[in-house]
Write a protein that binds this ligand. Structure first.
Ligand SMILES: CCC(=O)SCCNC(=O)CCNC(=O)[C@H](O)C(C)(C)COP(=O)(O)OP(=O)(O)OC[C@H]1O[C@@H](n2cnc3c(N)ncnc32)[C@H](O)[C@@H]1OP(=O)(O)O
Length: 633
């Protein structure tokens, strides 16, 4: 048995040998010419010359290997009171038919397809059908507003949109179709067609000439075979928040993704083919792409598609019910889900109603895991609770405790160590490596391992500027933190204006753009303040134009509605306050970090460059007005 240290060392000393070995677990239509193409640094490509098909790896190969009857997907939807099982054969057949229907409508290799769907099996078929054709999908999370969908439509110019009449949240039905119609109306690019899944909970109107009913389309569809694509071809584009309202289309290539994700199932999650693996996330996020859809299926495990919440569907025992009923071996979710469960069932009493005999480990990611939550989950579950760290950009773990290699001691607050393929350094502003225990910018030495993003869709310059330029030879993660003496990673904060709300990555810059567009707002700032359930919540500060005499509360109500309308309910923007001035440096930079420290009740030093220190008192007072500040200067 190779130790973790040995495996990590080998991955860095001989990356080509290491990943070529891992690539043997993937089916290739043509083998690669080069494992790592390093001819154009700082841009690297994995498995160039190779050809494969991700859908073939996820479905057909298991059927051909005689495992067609094994359950591939369990759809568990407490909000519709449904549990449905799909075998690998059934999922392959449905996916092949959908791919055939798409091909009959002109979708082929390299075409983009937007998927705007709730957590239903058809959404997974939609992703796999794109992969089958070599078309590029871009899944948009249902909690985003029409404007966000329109931005993505314009950026990736899809030929087709696959959608549904509605999503179902714990307390309400969310009609998707009006949002889709509004988005297409707003967008400059017009997709040729939309195929819409009519859900019985709320059917929708179809637009003649553009929209088609999913069931009717499938009734006449002919199955389509897998189209081999280059390993370096794009499998999908997934948008993530940037520092402005223009999101970044993270590009995922085909070959590196298949290799890294397949490898991760055994080595990180310690899963065996045939076991049940559940990522309680949403296909709109990278965790959903990687660990609801691609990794478990490529590896031959059974995946769970859960349309529900950790609480309220119907109670805080929902996760334990799913684990027991489907014999889940590993659960992967966000810490906020466990904070929600703990809030409602602090003593874990509901756990006693269920038998979790098959359950081996809980993995957490999506936001920093506070030691309190980790320790609570560990104590109540009596299983290893593994915090791991990754990003939309990387597609899989940067740091983790690789249970399938060697379980390392857990240090609460740390996602353990850089996984094989990642050489992490903490750098100061001059690019010098910092001593253990000292906070700086966490950076990964190039090349990044397979599965990580080779570029931003249509924006190579933005890719280079955002991630590669500040620290030459490194990927700048945008996270700040430190490594301890044992090489454990501690991720402490973002170095940009991204905040993390219930595991959802959001840009305060994008929210500021919305606030600034209100006619009465002269200037504004949005910061993320600590929240016991969601980790962080956005709070807005507005300076009004001279002469505005309308009540503050009215303006606050309007900007709250504007953010919900333009970004979406997922932003959870519910608090804002009017202030006389914003604290700034003498050069005019808004002191957002100090404002956040005041809001969080942290002790802080008045910045030496502040223009007028008395403004901090005004911020404190305003925060107290909305029940937030406990000043500790
Ligand atoms: C595993 C790592 C990751 O994948 S992180 C990304 C995924 N994050 C998670 O899975 C975190 C788990 N968190 C949760 O389950 C919830 O956030 C908990 C903690 C239960 C709170 O629920 P809730 O109060 O509804 O907040 P929320 O953040 O889920 O939603 C905020 C508002 O957005 C809405 N929303 C959410 N998802 C959708 C969707 N798919 N389609 C349409 N709307 C959606 C919610 O209804 C909520 O709206 P409202 O403000 O209550 O009206």
């Amino acid at each position: 048995m190779v130790s973790f240290d040995e495996m990590h060392r080998r991955s860095l000393e001989d990356p080509e040998g290491f990943w070529a070995g891992a690539a043997e677990a993937v089916h290739w239509h043509e083998r690669w010419d080069r494992v790592l193409d390093a001819s154009d640094p700082p841009y690297y490509r994995w498995f160039s010359g190779g050809k494969l098909n991700t859908c073939y790896n996820a479905l057909d190969r298991h059927v051909k290997a005689g495992r067609g009857d094994q359950t591939a997907l369990i759809y568990d939807s407490p909000v519709t009171d449904t549990v449905r099982h799909y075998s690998y054969s059934q999922l392959r057949d449905e996916t092949a038919k959908l791919a055939g229907a798409m091909a009959a409508r002109g979708v082929g290799k390299g075409d983009r397809v937007i998927i705007y769907m709730p957590m239903v099996p058809e959404a997974i078929m939609a992703m796999l059908a794109c992969a089958r054709l070599g078309a590029i999908h871009s899944v948009v999370f249902g909690g985003f507003a029409a404007n966000e969908l329109a931005t993505r439509i314009d950026d990736c110019a899809p030929k087709l949109v696959l959608s549904a009449s509605c999503g179902i949240e714990a307390a309400r039905i969310v009609p998707y179709k009006p949002l889709l119609d509004a988005a297409i109306m707003m967008a400059v690019h017009k997709p040729e067609r939309c195929i819409v899944l009519q859900r019985p909970q709320e059917r929708c109107e179809l637009m003649a000439g553009r929209d088609e009913d999913w069931a009717e389309v499938m009734a006449t569809a002919e199955p389509h075979d897998c189209v081999p694509v280059a390993a370096t071809d794009t499998l999908y584009v997934l948008y993530t928040s940037g520092t402005t309202g223009q999101p970044k289309g993270i590009v995922r290539d085909t070959g590196g993704h298949a290799v890294a994700l397949t490898w991760s199932m055994r080595h990180i999650y310690d899963i065996k083919p045939g076991e049940v693996y559940w990522a309680a996330s949403d296909i709109g996020w990278v965790v959903g792409h990687s660990y609801i859809v691609y990794a478990p299926l490529m590896y031959g495990a059974t995946t769970v598609v859960y349309e529900g919440k950790p609480v309220g569907t119907p109670d805080a025992g929902a996760f334990w019910r799913v684990i027991q009923q489907h014999k889940v071996a590993t659960l992967f979710t966000a810490p906020t889900a466990f904070r929600a469960i703990r809030q409602q069932d602090p003593n874990g009493e509901l756990l006693r109603d269920y038998d979790l005999g098959d359950f081996r480990a809980l993995f957490l990611a999506g936001e920093r895991c506070d030691p309190d939550t980790l320790e609570w989950a560990q104590e109540k579950l009596g299983r290893p609770v593994i915090d791991h760290w990754w990003q939309t950009e990387t597609g899989w773990s940067i740091a983790a405790n690789c249970l399938g290699v060697e379980a390392l001691p857990i240090k609460p607050g740390s996602p353990t160590r850089a996984v094989p393929g990642w050489d992490l350094k903490v750098l100061d502003t001059d690019g010098r490596e910092m001593a253990p225990g000292t906070i700086g910018a966490i950076c990964g030495k190039l090349p990044m391992p397979p599965g990580t993003f080779p570029t931003i869709w249509g924006a190579k310059e933005r890719y280079s500027k955002t991630y590669l330029r500040e620290y030459p030879g490194y990927y700048q993660t945008g996270d700040a933190g430190y490594l301890d003496e044992d090489g454990y990673v501690f991720v402490m904060a973002r170095t940009d204006d991204i905040i993390n709300v219930a595991g959802h990555r959001l840009s305060t810059g994008a929210m500021e753009e919305v606030l600034a567009s209100h006619p009465d707002v002269a200037e504004c700032a949005v910061i993320g303040v600590a929240d016991t359930l969601k980790g962080q919540l956005p709070v807005g500060f507005m300076v009004l134009n001279k002469g505005v005499e309308r009540p503050d509360a009215e303006i606050v109500k309007e900007v709250v509605a504007m953010v919900r309308d333009r970004i979406g309910p997922v932003a959870a923007f519910k608090q804002a306050t009017v202030v006389p001035r914003l604290p700034k440096t003498r050069s005019g930079k808004i002191l957002r970090a100090t404002m956040r420290q005041i809001a969080d009740g942290e002790s802080y030093k008045t910045p030496a460059t502040i223009d007028d220190p008395t403004i901090l008192d005004e911020i404190d007072e305003s925060l107290q007005g909305i029940g937030l500040a406990q000043r500790q200067a």
